[in-house]
Ligand binder design. Structure first.
Ligand code: NAD
Length: 493
């Protein structure tokens, strides 16, 4: 462990206009590893003046068309090279992510690096296969409906999947010809900076992809409020997402896209086709990434008649998720991102106990002697819909188990949430599966599984889980303007 970290020097400077730079006022902040509490490096603490410089560089690059002026096939080649470089540096990027935010290195390499690279490649490949439109107008005119890049795109992302969240936004934005200013979370800035290094190496021109590091109010707000940013694409909490829309309205009415929190229900009917699979998915999905997933199925609804059997099987799986050093290849549950998040999670566990839920697994901080942030996988049984652990997003390895009587009861309880990101349904009855899936107010519904995912499908939520969709061809809509051009045809024949 010590050797791995010593052999990895991290450059915490921002990347503006193709150069690694310190914050203009020289401010820095410590980048602390949740694996064992050590300082990995110091990172540029950017503020409004740095954001101005990054936006000016992005604007200049957009105006002189060094990127948006390239043929789509040329942008495609560069983006595919960029994706290839991510794969070539995959081991380094994965270990950096693990040290920075605590996820197991086997998933950082197998999921995060692969998904980010695949996303960049997919949008690169898509961009020279999209056609514009001609409207069905009378023959005396021609109306062209074309898509154009919006200009300068600000991107603000969270820390739970730092590379994937960045890739979901920068890939369609860059493929469309925009310039980008990315602000990663202050908790996980290191891989975003490396992505920008690799983008330059791949041939994305200077100024087109900038990364500014720092805290939300100091670096994120100036980006969201900036008068020369045309679009802000945000992933993070619902609390900050609401502020992003306000900031867009207070400034230049920039397009604002928000992908926010979740409290996803997972409904298991007694006629579930394979109970063991349902148990594995319920447990595996809530504890994956230490429970720090926006779409984690954190509310498990089990039909009354099978609840005890389901819980018994679930409890048998919990020891397999014991937290361990995430830099070790066999670890499946790593560290929470930092002390603050760990205290938040432990606070929710206390509230569950106080409100009368029955703690049946975990509930404790562990591995304190490491100096890292580790919490046991935790399950509460007997949770009631009005309890805090059933209503609020915990963003940690805590599962709330509730029961229901029939399909109508399940749907009513599942939809009783301010969130609507994802949902799961387990049943052998096709009619019930379709009916419940339609009735659920969620952006994605999983039937008889909870882990299907692909870059080809939209990802996003209903209600306060945000607006807009990442991934798929739909994401291009966020980063392009629609223009109509009318041409009069005075036909001589
Ligand atoms: P957060 O809202 O605290 O921070 C997200 C980003 O916003 C960070 O970069 C942060 O620095 C920045 N920020 C904070 N305050 C800001 C401000 N005043 N102005 C501008 N920027 C500001 O969220 P987090 O704790 O980093 O991430 C966890 C949240 O992200 C969870 O709610 C999770 O569900 C959500 N999330 C959603 C999706 C999705 O696709 N829907 C995906 C991943 C995570």
């Amino acid at each position: 462990m010590q050797n791995t970290m010593q052999s990895m020097p991290f450059d915490g400077r921002a990347l503006i206009n193709g150069k690694r730079v310190a914050a203009l006022d020289g401010q820095l902040f410590d980048c602390i590893s949740p694996v064992d509490g050590r300082v990995l490096t110091q990172v540029a603490r950017c503020s409004a003046a740095d954001i101005d410089a990054a936006v000016a560089a992005a604007r200049a690059a957009f105006e002189d068309k060094r990127w948006c002026g390239l043929a789509p096939a040329q942008r495609k080649r560069v983006l595919i090279r960029f994706a290839d470089l991510l794969q070539q540096h995959g081991d380094e990027l994965a270990m950096t992510e693990t040290l920075n935010m605590g996820k197991p290195v086997k998933y950082a390499r197998g999921v995060d690096v692969n998904s980010a690279a695949n996303c960049i490649r997919w949008y690169g490949e898509a961009v020279d296969k999209r056609y514009d439109e001609i409207a069905p107008t009378p023959s005396t005119a021609l109306a062209l409906i074309t898509r154009e890049p919006v200009g300068v795109v600000g991107v603000i992302v969270p820390w739970n999947y730092p590379m994937i969240m960045a890739a979901w936004k920068i890939a369609p934005a860059l493929a469309s010809g925009n310039s980008v200013v990315l602000k990663p979370s202050e908790k996980s800035p290191l891989t975003a900076l490396r992505l920008a290094d690799l983008a330059l190496e791949a041939g994305i021109p200077e100024g087109v992809f900038n990364v500014v590091t720092g805290y939300g109010p100091e670096a994120g707000s100036p980006l969201a409020l900036h008068m020369d940013v045309d679009c802000i694409a945000f992933t993070g909490s619902t609390r900050v997402g609401k502020q992003i829309h306000v900031m867009a309205g207070q400034s230049n009415l920039k397009r604002a896209w928000t992908e926010l929190g979740g409290k996803s229900p997972n409904i298991v009917f007694a006629d579930c086709p394979n109970l063991d699979k349902a148990v594995e998915a319920a447990i595996g999905s809530i504890f994956f990434n230490q429970g720090e997933s926006c779409n984690a199925p954190s509310r498990l609804f089990v039909q009354d008649s099978i609840k005890e059997r389901f819980l018994e099987k679930a409890l048998a799986l919990v020891p397999g998720y014991a937290p361990a050093n995430p830099t070790l290849p066999g670890t499946v549950m790593g560290a929470l991102v930092d002390q603050v998040q760990m205290k938040t999670v432990l606070g929710y566990i206390e509230s569950g106990k106080l409100e009368g839920a029955r703690l049946v697994a975990g509930g404790e901080q562990v591995l304190q002697d490491t100096g890292g942030c580790y919490v046991q996988p935790t399950i509460f049984d007997g949770v009631k819909p009005d309890m805090k652990i059933s209503r609020e997003e915990i963003f940690g390895p805590v599962l709330s188990v509730l029961t229901f009587s029939d399909a109508a009861d399940a749907v009513r309880q599942a939809n009783d949430s301010v969130y609507g990101l994802q949902a799961g349904v387990w049943t052998s009855d096709l009619n019930k599966a379709h009916g419940v899936a339609r009735a659920l107010r969620a952006g994605t519904v999983h039937v008889n599984q909870y882990d299907e995912d692909d870059i080809t499908v939209p990802f996003g939520g209903y209600k306060q889980s945000g607006i807009g969709r990442d991934k798929s061809l739909h994401a291009f809509d966020k980063y392009t303007e629609t223009k109509t051009t009318w041409i009069r045809i005075d036909s001589p024949v």
